[in-house]
Design a protein around this ligand. Structure first.
Ligand SMILES: O=C(O)[C@H]1O[C@H](OP(=O)(O)OP(=O)(O)OC[C@H]2O[C@@H](n3ccc(=O)[nH]c3=O)[C@H](O)[C@@H]2O)[C@H](O)[C@@H](O)[C@H]1O
Length: 456
């Protein structure tokens, strides 16, 4: 059948119908794109909300957050932890809860540092609770601090990344955990660097210490505090061996002056608020996982790389010597000091009675000239050092240190047992292992045949 001829009326009707169809399809299209848009918006909002709650931005002032983004080795649980969040609090509590009855709950500041990492592991291993705090600054290679952090995580010690000067973070930590002790090791270390960056010493060793004490004094219960002073407080003292009774009012470096100031500040907080405070004067601590800014460490590096090293002499051409103290001995001293620390007596910022105030030398009691240190390293590395013997620059160094440790022995049985040769052998072994160095360094078999007791 032939189709009806198009009249102008039917043509109009058809055009109108096709217009309606187009209009309808556009409307359907508009409606569906609106729906898609709304659903996308909703999903985006949900995602934004989720990420805001769980993943704080990198620009966040609390460096802990940035750290959580940067370090993929942390467990998934840590990635969803933000300071103050449930997961974060759980982590903080878990790390600081002792596993043995009457164990300590210790906040270790500078936990990613040399002495801090060793002490944290030792405390954890014996069943105490440990929470670390560290700002991971770049005074020396932060990747070494990150490696120590990794080691601590393996030992169930969590480090909160933050600064001593962050009062709200410290307060938050004490809100979450009733710490029984603080082992305060965070500091700007190094004698010579104080001439380059004096403000960093003021900020960490004075302002940071005061900030910590302010928070500790108001905490309930107040913790007992053991903290790192330094052999450098003896400064120009000529009385040897150095006793805690000797004068310490002639510091030779700003570093020493800030540590001495710390001892006076400790006195004040003990006197006014009843905080139990113990200062430990460390004598040139060395060993595995040590500080790359220290002479034994960079001498090792430079000798292996064939670079010259400066070996200091006194102005009258005498050997400079140090009472080098091995890390394991110092760790025992720190734990001994913590174990014998009496409780603080104050509460809510008010003193209730007199509290313990102590200062101890933690040295090795046997000074070794720097020249001998170099000879020991040459033997261990089987490489001759390119020595430049020069007069000690006027940079804050003192010619000689020697600890009298009678007091620490009397009060907590401190007795150093590692001589420099033994300690350096352990350091060198760690060093070549850590940096993956293939050298002529004495192998374990050589070491064990010389010292069979170590192979047990
Ligand atoms: O007991 C402390 O309280 C301090 O100990 C440590 O200071 P020091 O005893 O000065 O150690 P360190 O720098 O390793 O120099 C060792 C020796 O090498 C000499 N030395 C140094 C550098 C150099 O180029 N040549 C050299 O002969 C130098 O003259 C010295 O005789 C800590 O760094 C410090 O943070 C603090 O804790």
């Amino acid at each position: 059948m032939a189709s009806p001829p198009h009249t102008s009326k039917t043509l109009k009707l058809e055009r109108y119908n096709s217009y309606l169809r187009r209009l309808h399809s556009t409307k359907v299209l508009n409606a569906s794109s609106k729906l898609i848009f709304r659903v996308t918006l909703l999903i985006a909002l949900v995602l934004i909300l989720f990420f805001t709650l769980n993943y704080p931005p990198l620009s966040d002032k609390n460096p802990n957050h940035a750290h959580l983004h940067h370090h993929s080795f942390l467990s998934a649980a840590l990635f969803t932890s933000s300071a103050g969040g449930d997961a974060w609090e759980k982590q903080v509590r878990h790390s600081s809860t002792p596993k043995k009855p009457n164990g300590l709950s210790v906040l270790v500041t500078g936990a990613a540092g040399f002495v801090g990492s060793h002490c944290s592991i030792a405390l954890k291993k014996r069943g105490d609770g440990v929470l670390g705090l560290d700002n991971f600054n770049s005074y020396y290679d932060p990747s070494l601090k990150r490696a120590r952090q990794k080691l601590l995580l393996k030992n169930q010690v969590f480090i909160v990344e933050g600064d001593l000067n962050d009062a709200s973070l410290l307060t938050k930590l004490f809100d979450v955990v009733p710490f029984t002790h603080i082992l305060h090791l965070a500091a700007q270390a190094g004698v010579r660097y104080a001439m380059q960056n004096p403000q960093s010493y003021v900020s960490s060793n004075i302002a940071g210490f005061i900030n910590l004490l302010e928070v500790a004094k108001t905490a309930n219960p107040q913790p007992a505090i053991v903290w790192a002073s330094s052999s450098s407080v003896y400064g120009l003292n000529t009385q040897v061996p150095f006793s805690e009774l000797d004068r310490t009012d002639q510091p030779a470096s700003l570093y020493a002056a800030t540590k001495k100031a710390g001892e006076e500040i400790a006195h004040t907080y003990n006197h006014i608020y009843g905080l139990s405070l113990t200062g430990l004067r460390f004598f040139t601590v060395y060993g595995p996982w040590g500080r790359p800014d220290m002479a034994y460490f960079f001498f090792t590096k430079d000798i292996l790389q064939g670079k010259p090293i400066d070996v200091y002499q006194t102005q009258d051409k005498k050997q400079v010597a140090r009472d080098f103290t091995y890390i394991d001995d110092v760790v025992k001293g720190c734990l001994g000091a913590l174990d014998t620390a009496e409780k603080s007596t104050g509460s809510g910022g008010k003193k209730k009675g007199p509290a313990q105030l102590r200062v101890y030398n933690l040295g090795n009691t046997s000074p070794v000239p720097v020249g001998n240190l170099v000879s020991i390293l040459e033997g261990l590395l089987r490489t001759k050092a390119r020595k430049h013997v020069i007069k000690m620059p006027r940079n804050g160094d003192v010619p000689y240190t020697h600890a009298n440790v009678t007091l620490a022995y009397r009060d907590f049985g401190y007795k150093p047992t590692t001589d420099l040769a033994t300690g350096l052998r352990k350091f060198v072994k760690w060093y070549v292992d850590y940096y993956g160095i293939q050298t002529r360094v004495k192998k374990d078999s050589d070491i064990n045949s010389e010292h069979p007791e170590e192979s047990a």
